[in-house]
Design a protein around this ligand. Structure first.
Ligand SMILES: *Cc1c(COP(=O)(O)O)cnc(C)c1O
Length: 429
């Protein structure tokens, strides 16, 4: 657990605010983020990169709430986007288009027009066909598009297969052996300007060695290109640094950056990084309330009001999220934080923590030892990244509210959706 979510006595707090107060004011399920935690993680990068020309481009898809983007923008961060929609979010949140890199295998003409019009820092191009399309679109606007090629370094990130992106068989980037030929081609296209090279090998990496292996392969390409007179201004090593959800031991941000800087010794190119999860993941929790306890023959279930539509990671990747009671010692008197129930119900038991959705895959956690009563509040930890941003409206469930805690202040960062909003665009035939 991070320092920003902690117990005082038997109650769980976000910074200076009891989570029970947030549930009382904004209801559940509710995402709660700590501004100090967001700031702290970004500062760890900028501190470690002191004295080196760099840009941290926060990966917007990890958590794209405008309030979060604004916190990072105000600290000088850039942004890594994967859609035109994310670009519009960045601009709406006060982000600087000149600090935006645009990744993704399927950029549409409309997205290219939007990004060229905004004047982004760089397109991270992922195929020959995309190079040609970008050249045409830029030409039609009388513009020159800044380009980096996303190279697939063919290294094993040793992470979950769904979030491993740097192997030959993955759909991402241009093949390592074809990169030089593609750079030559790009050099000859009139409406492109080659500015950099990038890679992104996967997410939730808990070791430094795959990053270093990828960096070394990228640097070999940079040298070959320089030999041909193609001099790049920046090297973008992507994101992917993991966080601790359970018992993982990822390197600290400072150690990860130091390792990269070691591999980059003697190089003068600007370094770009695209961290997402490590900036936001442990800066947020999902607050949920126990609706029912159900004691089955083989298993005990705690049915909570958050579900796979709110937090998809357990259902999608069988991911582990720690789950803590907001009230550690439920007393016989019912209360809004601790719930209420018989002594038997308040016993510590192994629970399946499940949502109300009609899918057996709808679980938040398996076999958790908890002493909880019906109506008790639970905090699902490490939910700041790939939580709300992957949420859906499955089962016509309005999406959760989001709040940002800043010291003893709570800001509503997104109102809970209403059911009317969900079908506002639908028509009877
Ligand atoms: C998702 C993504 C990231 C961020 O990955 P994290 O694991 O959240 O750090 C960075 N760059 C690209 C291209 C991505 O697709």
């Amino acid at each position: 657990m991070s320092n920003y979510f902690h117990y005082r006595g038997d109650r769980l707090y976000a910074e200076q605010v009891p989570l029970a107060d947030i549930a009382a004011q904004f209801d559940t399920p509710c995402y709660v983020y700590s501004r100090a935690a967001l700031t702290d993680s970004l500062r760890q990068f900028t501190d470690a990169l002191q004295g080196r020309e760099h840009l941290i481009c926060y990966a917007v898809k990890a958590n794209s709430n405008l309030a979060i983007l604004n916190v990072f923008a105000r600290l000088g961060a850039g942004f890594d986007i994967v859609s035109g929609g994310e670009l519009q979010r960045v601009l709406a949140a006060g982000g600087d288009a000149r600090k935006v890199v645009f990744s993704g295998v399927g950029k549409s003409v409309a997205e290219m027009l939007l990004a060229l019009d905004a004047g982004i820092l760089c397109f991270n191009v992922e195929s020959a066909a995309e190079l040609e399309r970008l050249n045409e679109v830029a030409g039609s606007m009388g513009k020159i598009a800044p380009v980096s090629l996303r190279v697939n370094p063919d290294v094993d990130a040793k992470t979950h297969p769904y979030i491993s992106t740097g192997l030959k068989q993955n759909k991402f980037g241009v093949a390592y052996d074809e990169a030089i030929a593609l750079y030559r081609k790009a050099r000859d296209l009139p409406h492109l300007r080659l500015t950099g090279i990038d890679c992104h090998i996967g997410s939730q990496l808990t070791e430094t060695s795959p990053f270093i292996a990828a960096t070394e392969k990228i640097l070999a390409l940079v040298d070959t290109l320089a030999g041909e007179g193609i001099r790049l201004e920046h090297i973008d090593l992507g994101g992917g640094l993991g966080i601790r959800y359970h018992d993982e031991t990822p390197p600290a941000i400072a150690d990860y950056v130091a390792a990269l800087l070691g591999a980059l010794r003697g190089r003068s190119e600007k370094l770009i990084l695209e961290p997402g999860r490590v900036l936001a993941g442990n800066a947020g929790v999902l607050l949920t309330r126990v609706e029912y306890l159900k004691h089955g023959e083989e298993k005990n279930f705690a049915i909570v009001d958050a579900a796979m539509n709110d937090l998809m990671r357990p259902a999608l990747y069988d991911a582990f999220h720690e789950i803590l009671p907001v009230c550690r010692q439920p007393s016989p008197q019912p209360s809004p934080a601790c719930g209420g129930g018989s002594e038997r119900e308040r016993q510590s038991l192994l629970y399946e923590i499940v949502g109300p959705i009609c899918e057996t895959g709808d679980f938040i956690g398996h076999a958790r030892n908890l002493a909880i009563a019906p109506q008790a509040l639970l905090a699902v930890l490490s939910a700041g990244a790939y939580g709300m941003s992957m949420s859906s409206n499955y089962n016509t469930r309005p999406r959760a509210a989001e709040v940002v805690v800043d010291g003893n202040t709570v800001h509503l960062a997104r109102e809970r959706e209403t059911v009317q909003q969900l079908y506002a665009g639908e028509k009877l035939i």
